[in-house]
Design a protein around this ligand. Structure first.
Ligand code: HEC
Length: 89
C-alpha cells in the first residue's frame, strides 16, 4: 500500500520544471512549456529581456520550420509572446 501511495505521489505531483516558471498554470505558460521544450530544455522567461525574446522567437520559428516539428498557431504564438513579455527579465 505504501508503495502505491508513493507511486501515486510521484505521478500526480507536478514535475520540477512546471513549478519553476512564473504563473505556470496560465494558458501562455502551458503553450510555452509544450512548444519550447521540444528540442532543448525549457528556457526560463527571465533568461532574456523582451527585445531579445522577440528576436529569439523568430529564430525559433525558423528552427521549427527547418526541422518540421509542430509549430504553434498564430494565436498560440501570440500567447507565448505575451507570456514571455510579461515575465521577461
Ligand atoms: C525545432 C527545435 C526547437 C524548438 C521547438 C525550439 N527551439 Fe529554441 N533552440 C533551438 C536550437 C537549435 C537552438 C540553438 C541556437 C540556434 O540554432 O539558433 C535554440 C536555442 C534557444 C535559445 C538560446 C539558448 C540559450 O542557451 O540561451 C533560447 C532562449 C530558445 N531556444 C528559446 C526557445 C523558445 C522560447 C521556444 C518556443 C517558442 C523554442 N526555443 C523552441 C531549437 C528549437
Amino acid at each position: 500500500m505504501r508503495v502505491l501511495i508513493t507511486i501515486a505521489l510521484l505521478l500526480f505531483t507536478s514535475p520540477a520544471w512546471a513549478t519553476d516558471i512564473p504563473d505556470a498554470d496560465s494558458h501562455g505558460a502551458q503553450l510555452f512549456t509544450s512548444y519550447c521544450s521540444a528540442c532543448h530544455s525549457l528556457p526560463h522567461p527571465k533568461r532574456l529581456d523582451w527585445p531579445h525574446w522577440r528576436s529569439m522567437l523568430h529564430v525559433m520559428q525558423q528552427r521549427m520550420h527547418e526541422r518540421g516539428v509542430a509549430e504553434p498557431s498564430k494565436e498560440a504564438w501570440r500567447q507565448i509572446a505575451g507570456y514571455l513579455k510579461s515575465h521577461a527579465r
